[in-house]
Design a protein around this ligand. Structure first.
Ligand SMILES: Nc1nc2c(ncn2[C@@H]2O[C@H](COP(=O)(O)OP(=O)(O)OP(=O)(O)O)[C@@H](O)[C@H]2O)c(=O)[nH]1
Length: 609
């Protein structure tokens, strides 16, 4: 099971390196999910001494008054062999093998955050200790609880410390080491008071009784240690730490542990309890408990890690691929993105996505409606017919049929079809432009590159503009073609009609009478209507051929040709990603790496259970 705790330590350190302490991150963090042990108690109750004897090293700053002024997150790592050393989170890669220097660095780092005042700070100091003489544990040393502010401290310090301590120990995954000195009344113990508050059933609180050797003569702590006077869920553990005099005399930890063992083994009151007393026993009990807790947490941890990986992966894919470094890679990337955009645009036209149907609506409603509004019948009303026929005859009235007059009447009517034809070209152009904008917005890959987005949009619209001009030319040409050559068969019928219905004895002047002109008007009207019906069918064909089909075929051809001429630097400009996004991608990729490593580690532990 040692592997399990080593794994927790590794994960916690990795999270710390990434700033994943569970404070600001929106994601639930590993830090929140992993158990840790916090040491709480009144000032000078012996917290640092307990920590030191678990570690087996003399390394924490000490003195009278308030000494611990910042939380200290202490990770103990057991190593099989080699020299022991410490390493700080704020000084990575610097190994401290001199523990007096560790103590000094804790003091200095505390002062860096709080100044040399007696103030406290909630910003933790991270310290890892690697040693063959420790068990794998993560401990948090917290500033001692106090009842009154001393000179130089703000009035709020009592509450500030209490709130900070509470913020650590109220987390359900925090195991509480409640340190109380045996030479004070347990009823006044700050440690017991605050741990009861956050853990009323005592499911995660271990009571540690210090300073047993300092109890008044004739008194002992047997009732407490046996759980008779104050019962906790877990049995009390008594310890005897070094006294201030021992510290002053530089009594080392090994000797101190031996003396502690001897104290419990040789003091008659405690002999029967000796096997479950002392700092070494405390370390083992904590380690065992931690293992059990972690074991029960593995499924939860696995699902937290898996869930986070999925979230990070989806965010990473939302942010898009990182930019290629070489020109070829960049060109390929741009072409790929353009291809995606082009595909989306085609889908709009082909009905896979909405919008293409609006084009049919132009041909089916707008064009016929506009043609109808031309009102050829009004144009071919008798008075207008008379005017045009007369004008076309000139000085010589026509003899048999008013050939020129017919042509002029037809031309002036057909020319008006140019208006609706042109309007249809414009309407389809506007729809295509709108679909380009829609497709740009729907191309997720383009969101990543604002410049490319603008360039692709402009290039597509420029192509559409060119296609519109060509379409206008071809479509108006259809109308002009009708004007340039009339359908002869239609008019061949005219003389017969004249012979049938007309009166050949009429004088030249009778040829301008009302019924004669009305007949001409209605003949021209039916010819114009025939041509109009035919144009109603051929105008959409011309528009689709020149604009819609062409847009599907070659919307970005021009852009691609220009792209081929660009150098790496210019291509790079097109892929000018927002630096914030680049940054985000890198940091998410890092986190993902951490979580993936954590996943495979925890999976391997879970399988080997
Ligand atoms: N004789 C004896 N002295 C002890 C024992 N435990 C702690 N002391 C002494 O009590 C004093 C305070 O101990 P610390 O370990 O610094 O207490 P602390 O709770 O960490 O203090 P703060 O961080 O200032 O709140 C030191 O002089 C220790 O030597 C003990 O079991 N026996």
């Amino acid at each position: 099971m040692e592997n399990l705790i080593a794994l927790v330590n590794r994960l916690q350190r990795a999270c710390t390196a990434l700033g994943d302490h569970g404070d600001e991150s929106a994601l639930p963090t590993l830090w929140d999910a992993l158990p840790s042990i916090a040491v709480v108690g009144g000032q000078s109750s012996g917290k640092s001494s307990v920590l030191e004897s678990i570690v087996g090293k003399d390394f924490l700053p000490r003195g009278s008054g308030i000494v611990t002024r910042r939380p200290l997150v202490l990770q103990l790592h057991r190593i099989d062999e080699g020299r022991e050393y410490g390493e700080f989170g704020h000084l990575p890669r610097k190994k401290f093998s001199d523990f007096a220097a560790v103590r000094k660095e804790i003091g200095d780092e505390t002062d860096r955050e709080t100044g040399r005042s007696k103030q406290i700070s909630t910003v933790p100091i991270y310290l890892s200790i690697y040693s063959p003489n420790v068990v794998n544990l993560t401990l948090i040393d917290l500033p001692g609880l106090t009842k009154v502010a001393i000179d130089g401290q703000s009035e709020s310090i009592v509450m500030d410390i209490e709130n900070m301590v509470r913020s650590y120990i109220e987390k359900p995954n925090c195991i509480i080491l409640a340190v109380s000195p045996a030479n004070q009344d347990l009823a006044t113990s700050d440690a017991i008071k605050i741990s009861r508050e956050v853990d009323p059933k005592g499911e995660r609180t271990f009571g540690v009784l210090t300073k047993i050797d300092l109890m008044d003569k004739g008194t002992d702590a047997v009732d407490i240690l046996e759980g008779k006077s104050y019962k906790l869920q877990f049995p009390w553990i008594g310890v005897v730490n070094r006294s201030q005099a021992d510290i002053n005399k530089n009594v080392d930890m090994i000797a101190a542990r031996r003396r502690e063992r001897e104290y419990f083994a040789q003091t008659p009151e405690y002999q029967h309890l000796a096997a479950r007393m002392g700092s070494e026993h405390l370390g083992k009990v904590l380690s065992k408990h931690l293992e059990a807790v972690i074991k029960s947490r593995i499924p939860g941890l696995q699902s937290l890690i898996n869930k986070t990986i999925i979230e990070l992966e989806s965010e990473l894919s939302r942010l898009g691929k990182p930019i290629a470094t070489d020109a070829g890679g960049k060109l390929y990337m741009i072409m790929e993105i353009c291809r995606i955009f082009d595909g989306i645009f085609k889908e709009h036209l082909d009905g896979v996505r909405p919008g293409g149907d609006k084009i049919y609506s132009v041909f089916d409603n707008q064009l016929p409606g506009a043609l109808k509004r031309l009102q050829f019948d009004k144009h071919l009303a008798m008075e207008n017919v008379r005017k045009l026929i007369t004008e076309a005859d000139g000085y010589q009235p026509h003899l048999i049929a008013p050939e020129q007059g017919y042509r002029r009447l037809i031309e002036t009517a057909l020319i008006t079809i140019k208006g609706p034809a042109e309007a249809s070209v414009d309407a389809v152009h506007a729809i295509l432009k709108e679909l380009v904008h829609k497709s740009i917005n729907e191309t997720v890959e383009l969101k990543q590159y604002p410049s490319l987005r603008v360039e692709v949009g402009n290039a597509a619209v420029e192509s559409l503009d060119r296609m519109k001009e060509e379409s206008k030319r071809a479509t108006l040409q259809l109308v002009e073609m009708e004007n340039s050559y009339l359908t002869v068969d239609f008019f061949r019928k005219l003389p017969q009609d004249v012979e049938k219905g007309g009166n050949p004895t009429h004088s030249v002047f009778d040829r301008y009478n009302d019924s004669y002109l009305r007949r001409i008007g209605s003949t021209v009207l039916s010819y114009v209507n025939m041509v109009c019906a035919s144009l109603r069918n051929s105008i959409p064909k011309s528009i689709v051929y020149c604009q819609v089909r062409e847009a599907k075929r070659s919307l970005l051809d021009h852009f691609f040709a220009e792209l081929g001429k660009k150098e790496a630097r210019q291509l790079g400009k097109l892929l000018d990603e927002d630096p914030a996004i680049m940054q985000r991608r890198v940091s998410i990729a890092k986190r993902l790496e951490l979580y993936r490593a954590a996943q495979s580690e925890i999976d391997s532990v879970a399988w080997s259970k």
